[in-house]
Design a protein around this ligand. Sequence first.
Ligand SMILES: Cc1cc2nc3c(=O)[nH]c(=O)nc-3n(C[C@H](O)[C@H](O)[C@H](O)COP(=O)(O)O)c2cc1C
Length: 200
Amino acid sequence: MNNPAPTQYPVIEVIKHRWSPRAFADKAVEPDKLRSLFEAARWAASSYNEQPWRYIIATKDYDAAYQKMLGCLVDANQAWAKAAPVLALTAISTQFKKNGKDNRVALHDLGAASAHLALEATRLGLIIHQMAGVELEKVKQQYGIPEGYEPQTAIAIGYPGEAESLPEGWMRDAEMADRGRLGFDEFVFAEGWGKASGLF
Ligand SMILES: Cc1cc2nc3c(=O)[nH]c(=O)nc-3n(C[C@H](O)[C@H](O)[C@H](O)COP(=O)(O)O)c2cc1C
């Protein structure tokens, strides 16, 4: 299934086709493709080129490692993410290496890296679904996250599946629902906060 964004202005194809479904096909992701995803993440811009993002990955072919990661997701996410052949956890480095000061944009840069990853995934015919619903303390303990790093999110990665594979109810409905976004007047301002730009 795909659910392209009803864009009002032209954008590159992968932006139109990236989305976050929950139905995954029972199909492994080729290691070459996984490598490309992290290559894309690697080339995101970051403040002082500090690259504060970190990823921990688990694939279904190593069941113990996969179950350990799945167990770090909140139950509502486990319910659908268990079908994804690849899971990843993300973390940030909280201080700049260059001067030891807090990196207040580390989470911003992780977001940029993960957005790169998402678009590369779309190019490769894969889907990813990012999750804030993660047991962060569990991640810290189970993966020995060192001081100076903070776990943040998880990502399910795989090939698109059929909406019918999801349980009936909100999860399946969400998969079929129209996609929505704020209007430009709600997030692009000019002259003052909340003042719509005349660009649109
Ligand atoms: C940082 C982040 C955290 C998210 N957390 C969850 C989550 O815990 N569970 C979930 O089902 N979806 C989660 N999502 C998916 C969003 O709900 C989804 O991206 C949003 O509805 C927009 O839909 P789209 O990605 O298909 O455009 C998350 C997305 C992001 C970027």
